[in-house]
Ligand binder design. Sequence first.
Ligand code: TRP
Length: 409
Amino acid sequence: MTVSFVSRGKVHSLSCPRISTLTELSGLMYAAYAEVTVRHTEIKMIIISRILIRLFITDSIEINRTIYNPLLKRYIVFMKKISLTGIKPTGDLHIGNYFGAIRPALELAKEYDARYFIADYHALNTMKNPEELNSTIRQVAAGWLASGLDPEKVIFYRQSSIPEVFELTTMLMAFTSKGLMNRAHAYKAAVQENEEKGADTDAGINMGLFTYPVLMAADIIIFDSDVVPVGKDQVQHIEMAQDIAQSINANYGKQVLKVPQAAVQENAAVVPGLDGRKMSKSYGNTIPLFAPEKTLHKTIMRIVTNSQSVEEPKDPDTCQIFQLYKLFSQAGEQDALAKRYRAGGMGWGEAKEELFRVVNRTIAPIKEKYDAIMADIPALDKILEQGARKARPIAAAVVNRFRKAAGID
Ligand code: TRP
């Protein structure tokens, strides 16, 4: 059995005997401990006490538990649960992405062992312009880093840097019924659109779109992911990943692959767009995260309002300016602005200026970081490469486990 563990951001591997009991697992800790102390003599206890050893065991045994290690005289948590999500590189991150996806995923990273990646091969299904794809990959990666993703804590990489994902995709294909893919919402919507236009059913539909859920299942399964933070629109894809993993486990009569769970961001803020509908790129009603200040101001001034006059008292609870304001302000500020709404005498223009002030206050430092990251693309690429280097041994272990179970070893 091979065990790899992460210490100070590096993956180390060691071979060890089969582990079936906690006592043996504890014995393994001594081995891991020795390995760490050899590499970091001067800080050996610090490494251990901060629990920088996370074990990834290639056999499917359950080790998500806390045990007492007599040598270290402390409890050690073996493996936090794993949270994984893929980020499709579509350009121009907006504040809807920030509150709806980025912030909740970064919040989850505090509690989970997080692996977040740029799903660039998924994007290839729709983005055929090389310059555009190349630059959006960087923009999205820089956006997440600027928003607070710490690449020392989160394994952050590009899907395309992990060839094992594509090997696993091929293996999953053998267990995925075509009928399951026929039922995928995105594929069905594309077919329906063709039918409505009177076009051929398959027009404009490539195999990448049709098999999208299999690649996504491989993304998830390859890291033994426990939870996948996603929006509601992705839940069906996670259910398909569950179906595929379960049929593989059923076929081999053991848990070869971990069955993931969706972590739907129910409590993530609903961010209204300029026109009051949900903020979304497809509605063209977004407020960009990284636009120059002037553009940001102009965009906010374009928020659609009703025709109430300056004098009229206004209702903050039904106003998207106020809903947006709440995302960027403290309770005291919110109370003060709500009072001004209800008192009358404040026009929409003024409310928008208030909103701009708080949005800019939050966004400006993030944008500054974003600009600095984008100014040094080689450094950004290095971060992503380092993430891939950490991810690959973990991915390879899962693929090998599957190959062995399948008789292809
Ligand atoms: N399909 C997801 C989206 O469109 C992106 C994605 C790709 C993903 N692979 C994933 C999300 C794996 C979660 C897990 O947003």
